[in-house]
Structures are given as structure tokens and as C-alpha cells.
Design a binder for this molecule. Structure first.
Ligand code: MRU
Length: 371
């Protein structure tokens, strides 16, 4: 399975055991304290895992959604209803809906072609596996193109790269998106330091990206998100690399909340701001940034944090510690939208888009690439 460096696969289809197939996930809410598998026995389990962020990150959500449809088909669940539930379980990452719909189409085509239940389920599973493999291949290509681009923009030096949220093996069939580029730079011996934004409130940076950086032996430092400004001011950032959850036709980029302030800082300090994402993240059906639906998450993610006895870091409820008075309201968007003029380039497996404009992005969203 992908994620071969990890003892536990990020995601695997399990039909080895007696009985019905299952989808087994590495529970990302438990990292970095422990690598624990979460077994999803049906689509309801999977929808709950997606909502809880046990599985997360745009490309992996697409792959997971695809396997979810295959699971529904294998279990004899109502595939159309299951696909709708999966596709709407989180609203912003377009990969989720597109992965779900792609596998649903394969299933329907098999049924339309006269396949029986078992054959149609096999067709759905084959499509989900194909999507998984394509995501790994896209990751390899993006890593190559991103490293090449950094070499052109910042020739002949070791790099200090700043990243936000988590974009490595934990979000992909391969090495990830932005983090895959960082890995390629590191493999070449050109990484001076990876600056890892902790990524409040759910700490995908400090819990997950630092975990991945540690495993790859990178030189890295975790910083509070609000420390990024002083880092730029000190001239310590050569480039910013982030992933994306949805890219609109005009080139607006939705990514983890806190990405937009980094883009503003990068522009102010004359630092390249690079977005690395597979073409499945470009949404031909979303015209501009205003049309991107930004997921709003529960207030408790901001007003509470789990106690040391719950090292998962993001679980709230029993054992959690209050960070704000009882009854405090919270503003907790999961993502923000960076306008295209602040993005130096978008690196996809199909090529690098720069400058980022409606015209250049249009080349990435042919009708077959829209949902
Ligand atoms: O809420 P999350 O953890 O699913 O958010 C993930 C991100 O914002 C990632 O940066 C994005 O999906 C790109 S991953 C390649």
C-alpha cells in the first residue's frame, strides 16, 4: 500500500479478514501520540471519520470518498444515497465530491452495461484503486515540477521553506502535494529549514507535518501561526508552499485557514507564494473565490483543547481544557480564500501555472476535469 514508510497505511481496503470488506484508516486525530487504525465497516462509519478529521486533506478525501462508494456497493447499500452522504460530508475540498462521483459513475456504467451486483461492486473498487494510484503518480510529478520551479526562482541556494497545515503522505496516495516538494528539496540536500506553522485550531502543522518532517529527518521548527510575521521580517523565509482544497476558475485558492495571511505577508516581503495541488483540486464549476463554500467548524475546537490525558490534541469533550469562558462564541472557519494575484504559481501534475489568472487556470479545467 502507499505510505510504505509508515508501519500503518494511511488508508487500506481490507478484504483479507473473514466477512465483509472494510476500509481501514490511520486515525489522524490520534497522531502524533499513537498510530491507531480506525476500521470503517460501512458508509456511516466513514462519514463520521471524515467529519471528525480522522481522515483529511483534499487528495486523500477524494480517494477515501471513492473507496466509500466501493464499500457501499460491496455491502449492498444504496449506492446513490451513500454517494450523496459521502460527497456532502465536508463541503470545501472539491476532491471529495469528485472522487465520490467518479467511482459512482463507474458503478453506474457497470450496472448499465448489465453487470450483476458483484461485478458492479468490483468495477467501483477498481475505479477507486485507479484514483488512488493516479494520486500517487500526480504527487511524484508535482514534487519534481515544484522543485524545478524553486530552482528557477531561487537558484543556487539552500532553502528555508514555510508551510501551513499538512500536505504530506497523510493526505495522499503518494508523498503529498506541497510537502512532496519539500521532500524533494530535502532529498537533494537543499533544505536548510522547514518552518512548520502549528495551524490553529486543530494543529495539523504541529501534530502531523512535524510528525512527517521528523520521519523524513528534515531540519524543521514548529512556530505559532502568529510568529510567521516576525520570521518574514527577519528575512528567514525564502518561499511559502501550501496545498489547496479548491481552486476556482479565476485562480482563487481555498486552503486551511491562515493561508491567506501568509500570502499577504509573502507579497509584502517579496517572497514567492506557491500552491501545489493536483488538477482534481481545480473546480471548473466554481467561477471565483466568493463562490467557494467555506466549512464552518464547531466553536469547541477554538474554545477548548484536549488535556494531556487525551494526547490526540483535537478531541474535545471529556478531558478537555477550557481556553475561553463558558459560553464564549467562536469564529471557526476551516479554510480561507487567497485571491489569485497573491499566488506566484500553482504547481499541478499537468504543469505550472504562472501568472495565476482566469486564462491560465482555464487550461487546467477542461470539461472532463469538472465535476
Ligand atoms: O481540514 P483539513 O485538515 O482537511 O485541511 C487540509 C488542508 O487545508 C490542506 O492544506 C489541503 O487539503 C491540501 S492537502 C494537499
Amino acid at each position: 500500500m502507499p505510505m510504505e514508510d509508515h508501519a500503518t497505511a494511511v488508508l487500506r481496503w481490507d478484504e483479507s479478514a473473514e466477512g465483509a470488506p472494510k476500509l481501514v484508516l490511520l486515525d489522524q486525530t490520534r497522531l502524533p501520540a499513537e498510530e491507531v487504525e480506525l476500521v470503517c465497516k460501512d458508509v456511516s462509519d466513514l462519514v463520521a471519520a471524515i467529519r471528525a478529521l480522522s481522515v483529511r486533506g483534499a487528495p486523500l478525501l477524494g480517494v477515501t470518498g471513492g473507496y466509500g462508494v466501493a464499500l457501499a456497493a460491496a455491502l449492498g447499500e444504496d449506492v446513490a444515497e451513500a454517494a450523496d452522504r459521502l460527497a456532502s460530508s465536508r463541503p470545501t475540498a472539491v476532491n471529495l465530491a469528485s472522487g465520490v462521483r467518479r467511482v459512482e459513475r463507474a458503478y453506474r456504467a457497470a450496472v448499465g452495461g448489465g453487470a450483476g451486483d458483484e461485478q458492479a461492486a468490483a468495477a467501483a473498487l477498481a475505479e477507486a484503486k485507479a484514483l488512488h494510484g493516479e494520486d500517487a503518480a500526480a504527487s511524484t510529478r508535482m514534487a519534481h515540477l515544484g522543485r524545478e520551479l524553486l530552482g528557477e526562482l531561487l537558484p543556487g541556494r539552500r532553502l528555508r521553506l514555510l508551510t501551513h497545515c499538512n500536505t504530506g503522505r497523510l493526505v495522499s496516495g503518494g508523498r503529498g502535494t506541497a510537502f512532496a516538494v519539500v521532500s524533494a528539496v530535502h532529498d537533494a540536500g537543499d533544505l536548510e529549514r522547514l518552518w512548520v506553522d502549528e495551524t490553529r485550531p486543530l494543529l495539523q502543522g504541529s501534530r502531523l507535518t512535524a510528525y512527517e518532517a521528523e520521519r523524513e529527518g528534515m531540519p524543521y521548527s514548529v512556530l505559532a501561526d502568529s510568529a510567521a510575521g516576525s520570521l518574514f521580517a527577519a528575512g528567514q523565509v525564502d518561499a511559502v508552499l501550501i496545498g489547496a482544497d479548491r481552486i476556482a476558475v479565476d485562480g482563487s485558492v481555498a486552503n486551511k485557514v491562515g493561508s491567506y495571511p501568509l500570502a499577504v505577508l509573502a507579497r509584502h516581503h517579496g517572497v514567492p507564494f506557491l500552491v501545489v495541488a493536483p488538477v482534481t483540486t481545480v473546480d471548473g464549476a466554481t467561477e471565483n473565490g466568493r463562490d467557494i463554500v467555506v466549512e464552518q467548524r464547531p466553536a469547541g475546537e477554538v474554545t477548548q483543547i484536549s488535556s494531556p490525558s487525551q494526547p490526540a490534541g483535537i478531541a474535545v469533550g471529556g478531558g478537555s481544557v477550557r481556553l475561553a469562558p463558558n459560553g464564549a462564541e467562536a469564529y471557526n472557519p476551516a479554510f480561507d480564500v487567497t485571491p489569485p494575484h497573491l499566488v506566484t504559481a500553482i504547481v499541478t501534475e499537468a504543469g505550472v501555472v504562472s501568472p495565476v489568472t482566469r486564462e491560465t487556470v482555464a487550461g487546467l479545467c477542461s470539461p472532463s476535469r469538472t465535476r
